[in-house]
Design a binder for this molecule. Structure first.
Ligand code: CDV
Length: 332
């Protein structure tokens, strides 16, 4: 039996450093209107959707950067977005920078900063929260880089694991919804955490520089998009889930972010793709029943996974060099 929902990737064009939330929220509301007109049930926005990709800018004192973060959701500035979600009866994925006043791992109450996403129900209620786990970049100003990537300065590692929830979406009573944020999409462990909870729709937003900024050797420009799509398509196929990867794209104060937002099916095929580096909505009809084939055959985890052979996965972080074989030694 078909379980059909219409999914929209709401790509955002660039947001300049000087631009305020009022301008961005109005653009997002326009995308929600379009999504409604096109019959979408769920809309996915990018990572850190309300601001420019601020981790490229160094600040000495993080308290001076509070303006990039949300202290409450909704706030007076973001309320129009929640009003539109309610008006159009949409489920929504939203990425934002979060300030939370909560105890740390030592039980000390303090101001904490996370790169966060939420699922918002058509009622405006927040259904599920995820805090980004794979934070790329560095903590201190780097003189080796042309462009800073200070996510490790601006955010703590997420402390909510990889949650999945079953919630109604449009005409379908229960859809297993999961989230990743940007760099997480490159890590198979993150997808597998969701796959082990039978995720059916994996939503993720990203801000990915259009060229590799690491400055450690040449990477051809087209590979940026290739690696992004490769990761999302493989994650969807290997975990029998639909996936929606949504960019913040374009030229932000002279720094380019790639676009190519995509909707992917559980076979790993791209169903729809953005073609601009601007605000753009792409839509696809997703039959969630398609998730069953992979989940019950080649990726039937209960039948085929071999935990006894995966010791390193949860006990070792960095790679280690293998034993060196010498001629005449025989089989190692
Ligand atoms: N915002 C990100 O997480 N960006 C990374 C870049 C730095 C590689 C990404 O994985 O797209």
């Amino acid at each position: 039996m078909k379980r059909l929902i219409t999914v929209a990737a709401a790509q955002l064009g660039p947001i300049q450093k000087a631009e305020g939330r009022d301008v961005v929220v109005a653009r997002m509301v326009r995308l929600l209107e379009q999504a409604h007109r096109k019959g979408a049930h769920v809309v996915v926005f990018p990572e850190l959707a309300f601001t420019t990709f601020f981790p490229r800018w160094y600040v000495e004192d993080l308290d001076e950067a509070d303006g990039w973060y949300e202290q409450t959701l909704p706030s007076p500035a973001t309320q129009p977005l929640f009003d539109a979600i309610r008006r159009y009866g949409l489920t929504c994925y939203l990425g934002y920078a979060e300030i939370a006043h909560e105890p740390d791992e030592n039980g000390v109450l303090r101001k904490r900063r996370f790169n966060t996403s939420v699922v918002i129900a058509p009622s405006g209620e927040i259904v599920l929260k995820y805090r980004k786990i794979h934070l790329p970049g560095h903590k201190e100003f780097s003189t080796l880089r042309k462009v800073q990537h200070l996510e490790k300065r601006y955010f703590e590692v997420g402390n909510l694991g990889f949650p999945v929830v079953r919630a109604p979406v449009g005409p379908v009573d229960g859809v297993n919804l999961g989230m990743l944020i940007c760099n997480d999409r490159r890590w198979p462990e993150a997808w597998r955490e969701l796959g082990l909870q039978q995720v059916e729709l994996t939503m993720l937003g990203y801000n990915t520089p259009a060229v590799n900024q690491e400055n450690r050797g040449f990477e051809a420009h087209h590979l940026r998009n290739f690696h992004s799509q490769l990761s999302i398509q493989a994650g969807c196929y290997q975990n029998a889930t639909f996936g929606v990867g949504v960019a913040k794209a374009g030229n932000e104060d002279g720094f380019e972010l790639m676009g190519h937002s995509i909707i992917v099916n559980p076979q790993g095929e791209i169903m729809a793709m953005a073609t601009s580096w601007d605000d753009e909505l792409v839509v696809a009809d997703c039959n969630l029943a398609m998730c069953e084939l992979g989940r019950t055959t080649i990726f039937n985890f209960a039948q085929h996974r071999r935990l006894e052979a995966y010791q390193r996965l949860a006990s070792q972080t960095g790679s280690s060099a293998p034993a060196v074989w010498q001629p005449g030694q025989g089989e190692v």
